[in-house]
Design a protein around this ligand. Structure first.
Ligand SMILES: [Zn+2]
Length: 139
């Protein structure tokens, strides 16, 4: 087998015959943790019965082909932080400017359309996006 053929098998979801784990998952680990690379080389040797030089070549191909599509640990952390910020922004619900209640509902585009049709163009709900369930204020 050539290094490319082994790489191809890894990408076709080759599994560790002992544990049933995907070889690909193990390689992703080694991509993130440089001290895991040697273990990974030995792993490829064990799974595919090749020598160390061949296993290194396989890993080099993996890194070259898969590396750009994988996030570095720093990028993954930045993504997590962004997701976390989005989550907490959502928890920071808007408050009623009059009574301070967070028991508000957003007036959907559909509701706005209904209020235009039913109440006419002078509806005070037009261009408002929230309504307080506590005091009924809209803004
Ligand atoms: Zn209110």
């Amino acid at each position: 087998m050539t290094a490319y053929e082994i790489y191809d098998q890894i990408m076709k979801d080759a599994k560790d015959p002992e544990t049933g784990e995907y070889v690909d998952d193990k390689l992703i680990e080694a991509y993130y943790y440089s001290d895991a690379v040697e273990g990974c080389i030995a792993y490829i040797q064990r799974i595919f019965g090749c020598d160390s030089a061949m296993a290194r070549e396989v890993f080099a191909i993996y890194k070259e082909k898969q590396g750009p599509s994988l996030l570095t640990p720093a990028q993954a952390a930045a993504n997590n932080a962004a997701a976390e910020a989005a989550r907490s922004a959502q928890q920071n619900k808007p408050k009623c400017p009059t009574c301070g209640s967070t028991n508000i509902k957003s007036i959907s585009a559909l509701n706005c359309g209904v209020s235009v049709a039913v109440l006419g163009i002078f509806s005070k709900k037009i261009n408002k996006s929230f309504e307080c369930r506590n005091c009924g204020y809209t803004w």
